[in-house]
Design a binder for this molecule. Sequence first.
Ligand code: B12
Ligand code: SF4
Ligand code: SF4
Length: 405
Amino acid sequence: MPARVAIADRRPSRSPGPSDAVEELAGKLISTGRQAGLDAVGIASADVFASTRADLHHRKAEGLSGTMAFTYRNPDRSTDPGRVLSGARSLVVGALSYRRSEPGPVPSQATGRVARYSWDDYYARLREMLACIAGELSEAGWMSVVVVDDNALVDREAAYRAGIGWYGKNSLLLIPRRGSWFLLGSVVTDAPLPSARGRVEDGCGTCTRCIDSCPTGAIVRPGTVDARRCLAWLLEAPGDFPVAFRDALGDRVYGCDECQLHCPPNRSADRRDPPPPPAAGEEPWADLVSMVRSSDEELLARYGRWYIAGRDPRYIRRNALVALGNVAVGDDPQVEGALRAALASGDAMLELHASWAAGKLGRLDLLRGGSIAAGGPCEGGAHGTAEGRGTPGREMTGRVRSGSR
Ligand code: B12
Ligand code: SF4
Ligand code: SF4
């Protein structure tokens, strides 16, 4: 998920107008966002996110962020909208739904599961919708910058302050009656817009289903995820996939939806208003054999919108090998071919994950005669975890002028 920033036309900033003009502009911005396709729009002041800054520092100190960089790289920056746009006064925050019904039956046993937020490039759509709001601001003479899933700003806190939703115990932001299947982003502007009058109250109550259903126990306390245990991060992290969590990974190859699937507000939203099926072109499944066997170029062309540590496609093959070990059938010739190819690849990381998969599928015979030490499901922790390895960067990859996308 490369982060991008769109900068609206940078005309000189002007003094705030009378408050009714500003109210009118706020109304216009909200309706522009809704017309563009956003499911919710709210406004917050651009004050520093002080409590989130403290949370980021504490979690880093506790080790809960693992080797993640992202917003954790520089908490003082990612919690200060004024570092995104000098003179920032307001945030116009938007939410875009990616809620879909369950995909159809799994195409084959050698199939990997993709988390819903990545069935398509919903982030690109969200940026385009927010760019419409930036355009409106620009026309009115204000400066603005669009930030979506960017290291420069913590999106959930912006949405919480804009009165869009509450923090669930899974740490996701939930919108009343609509749940959590939303992506979030902001337009940071120097326009002095009226902010949301209140915050949305907690809607979790005594429920703990997300905590109980997390396959790895990653929600270590309400609202706090330990990235070192979270499958969504482990699939993105560089290095070996930790042995301790390989079984729990199941068929996932990118992202994890478990703590949202069991969430009662999501389920009742689906009952009230059944979600649409996956649209043409949306990709809930990935062919594991072809993920292992495709060239680097093919993998990047197909899955390039995913966050891939260091843009290194070997991590896609690594993830596919673990999923193969969990769900494939060992005597399927296609699976055998993929394992043989990985075992003979000369890439130590892929060979180790392939040998683990071969062991799980009862195909230790594939290792005989090769140079790989047999490392079945009992391989142990010798290959380490993602921790302590190179720090990935969900760095901003470019600054794109609004309207140029
Ligand atoms: C780092 C990151 C991750 C990490 C860590 C996630 C985590 N929960 O720690 C990993 C890679 C694991 C991850 C996974 C996912 N992510 Co993510 N991720 C981010 C990122 C880049 C930064 C998040 C951040 O810095 N948060 C700061 C920390 C401090 O905030 P927090 O963890 O939300 O904690 C808050 C609560 O604890 C609350 N709080 C404090 N006290 C208390 C007490 C109680 C009782 C409660 C309930 C809450 C509470 O305050 C804290 C903030 O101050 C954002 C994009 C961005 N630029 O913001 C996307 C983002 C958060 N991710 C998003 C998504 C969709 C996901 C996944 C669902 C993807 C998937 N299907 O695999 C999973 C969900 C996992 C989960 N349960 O959170 C969306 C969330 C949308 C939403 N509705 O909330 C975001 C906003 C991206 C976007 N632009 O839409 N993500
Ligand atoms: S995304 Fe998956 S692993 Fe991470 S906290 Fe949610 S259920 Fe647990
Ligand atoms: S599963 Fe329950 S506790 Fe978790 S976010 Fe949903 S409502 Fe809140």
